[in-house]
Design a protein around this ligand. Structure first.
Ligand code: GLP
Length: 247
């Protein structure tokens, strides 16, 4: 695991977008998995800007959505579907048949997980996974206690997630479960970027990167992933020991 600290969220986002562009340039049929949420929002915006400027083709990219709220329809503005649709798909030339997002409304969620795992396996695995970190250390919806050995699965949401998650919705929602890629996907992904910004993430970043590795803080699995880069702004990195300063 490597940690990079940027002086601003803007710089962090520009660099994360550049990492994605570099992969797409090298492998136009790459399998990309991105998180939704506040953290990667500016990365997506920068990605769209750079991709348009450089005329980058996304038509062969296989896109995997990291997670989804169970029971939330895709047209709800708080859904992960809605995020990708508005932040990425409507701006870049992704092929619809190569976009794979969990359907949080599916009757058979186990089947939905199996379908996602098969897509990933059939395409030779994920080339790049870009994830955020929840206030409780979750990755996707791998909540505290999640097994490090899981592929896609459904998980009951922790109370921190159900309350923090309200920020994505216009009305108060009854959030109970999430459907998500597993931590085993993260370990097996060829490249991992974990992003965090802002002072509110400093405590959990310290726990994930320098605390005891274990599933009480799912993001701590990143300590075991040599090909992972944790990209932080200086606020999110502010509690780290041996923090050698900004790039
Ligand atoms: C959400 C999502 C994650 C996301 C994380 C952090 O609930 N399930 O995929 O990365 O929490 O979200 P944010 O970037 O909004 O802080």
């Amino acid at each position: 695991m490597e940690t990079k600290v940027y002086s601003t969220y803007y710089e962090l986002s520009e660099n994360a977008a550049k990492e994605i562009i570099d992969i797409v340039k090298k492998k136009p049929s790459a399998v990309l998995c991105l998180a939704s949420g506040e953290t990667p929002k500016l990365t997506c915006q920068k990605l769209v800007e750079k991709a348009k400027l450089e005329n980058i083709d996304f038509s062969k990219i296989v896109f995997i959505g990291l997670d989804e709220w169970v029971g939330i329809p895709p047209d709800n503005e708080g859904s992960c579907h809605f995020f990708f649709q508005t932040q990425l798909f409507k701006h870049l030339n992704f092929s619809e048949q190569r976009i794979h997002l969990f359907n949080g409304m599916a009757d058979d969620l186990t089947k939905e997980c199996g379908k996602m795992d098969t897509v990933i396996f059939d395409h030779g695995g994920i080339d790049l996974m870009l994830v955020g970190i929840g206030m409780n250390g979750h990755v996707g919806f791998n909540e505290p206690g999640a097994s490090f050995l899981n592929y896609s699965h459904v998980m009951d949401l922790d109370s921190v997630t159900t309350s923090v998650g309200q920020k994505y919705f216009k009305e108060t929602m009854d959030l109970k479960r999430g459907i998500t890629l597993g931590l085993k996907h993260l370990v097996e992904s060829k490249k991992v970027l974990m992003l965090a910004n802002g002072e509110r993430k400093a405590r959990i970043i310290k726990a994930a990167l320098q605390g005891r590795m274990g599933n009480l803080v799912p993001a701590s699995i990143v300590q075991t992933i040599p090909h992972a880069t944790v990209m932080l702004d200086k606020e999110a990195a502010s509690l780290l020991e041996n923090n050698s300063g900004c790039l």
